[in-house]
Design a protein around this ligand. Structure first.
Ligand code: 13P
Length: 340
């Protein structure tokens, strides 16, 4: 466990004005996304699309890191450079998704637990050699009638803590992601309760497993209303509730917090981050680690055609730029109109 390296990596991940691109969609998720723009999903189209994002001129101003999928960590740019080396050369930290996905949790209908601990120590050693300096593990918490259950929160927190400990042992910064899904008709109050419960369970497990808080990044969902709830919380309300929960549960020793977008619209994800980052006196830097909210416009512009690559890169650059500003509380809605 190289503590100096872990500290350096964690600080770089949340450097001012920068955030993380999540490009670690599993092949099944990638297929879903590609389908929306009628693009066939195979190893080569995934390589082309991700290469297009990574080689966007100037994106490194706003990106501290990129989370890769196992396949992508071993793929090369069109110039024949392995993606992790290409990214590192641009000053962007390569990261790796190491979980094996959320599976049904036995005896807990409607709930999931994330798998992937078996053999993880060996995989982490390989990933470090390939250049990965941080990792991601996503737990999925669903809100519904009588759920999340204690069993679900506990099982996921336990897995997150065992994963985090293995990562730190391997000198890889663990990004721990207990995602409370926004799917459903629940109120924002319920989202706040569930997020607080998930984070409490997560940090209790971190303590129980001797995970070092100084060498850890939280990736969290924001406290938003359920997608189908009739009352949608305002931007200021989302910011206030999210920060209240984070202050209650996340130790100040932690180097930073990043957010997932979770199905929010691109601009909503930016506006929410901006409202939180503009708050004074927070104990940790806040930034983005979005997949959909960074990639959607680029994917739509690309549509699988080489002739659209420049337009796709422009769209990606714009979202990265907007979120880079939002991470400093410097974003304004007018900036979106200027670009349109
Ligand atoms: P979204 O921003 O699309 O939620 O993805 C982030 C992520 O990495 C989910 O694990």
């Amino acid at each position: 466990m190289d503590k100096a390296l872990l500290s350096k990596t964690a600080a770089a991940m949340v450097a001012r004005g920068k955030g993380v691109l999540a490009a670690d969609e599993s092949s099944a998720t990638c297929e879903k996304r590609f389908k929306t723009v009628n693009v066939e999903c195979n190893e080569e189209t995934r390589r082309t699309y991700r290469g297009l994002l990574f080689t966007t001129p100037g994106a490194e101003q706003y990106l501290s890191g990129v989370i890769l999928f196992d396949e992508t960590l071993r793929q090369k740019s069109s110039d024949g450079v392995l993606f992790p080396d290409y990214l590192a050369g641009k000053g962007i930290l390569p990261g790796i998704k190491v979980d094996k996905g959320a599976m049904d949790l036995a005896l807990c209908p409607g709930e999931k637990v994330t798998e992937g601990l078996d053999g993880l120590r060996g995989r982490l050693a390989d990933y470090f050699k390939l250049g990965a300096r941080f990792a991601k593990w996503r737990a999925v918490i669903t809100i519904g009638e009588g759920i999340p259950s204690h069993a679900c929160l506990y099982a996921n927190a336990h897995a997150l803590a065992r994963y985090a400990a293995l990562c730190q042992e391997a000198s890889i910064v663990p990004m721990i992601e207990p995602e409370v899904l926004l799917d459903g008709s629940h109120t924002v109050e319920r989202a706040e309760e569930a997020t607080e419960a998930a984070l409490r369970a997560t940090y209790a497990a971190m303590a129980a497993h001797n995970v070092s808080l100084e060498h850890l990044i939280l990736k969290t969902s924001m406290v938003v209303s359920g997608k189908d709830c009739s009352r949608q919380a305002t931007v200021d309300e989302v910011a206030e509730r999210t920060i209240r929960v984070l202050k209650r549960t996340v130790p100040a020793a932690q180097p930073g917090i990043v957010f997932l977008s979770g199905g929010q619209t691109d601009v909503a994800a930016t506006a929410h981050l901006n409202a939180m980052a503009a708050m004074k006196g927070l104990p940790w830097p806040l930034t983005f680690s979005y997949s959909r909210a960074l990639q959607n416009p680029a994917l739509k512009a690309w549509r699988g055609e080489a002739k659209n690559a420049a337009a796709a890169q422009k769209a990606f650059h714009h979202r990265a730029h907007m979120n880079g500003l939002a991470a400093q509380g410097k974003w304004k809605p007018e900036l979106e109109k200027q670009a349109a």
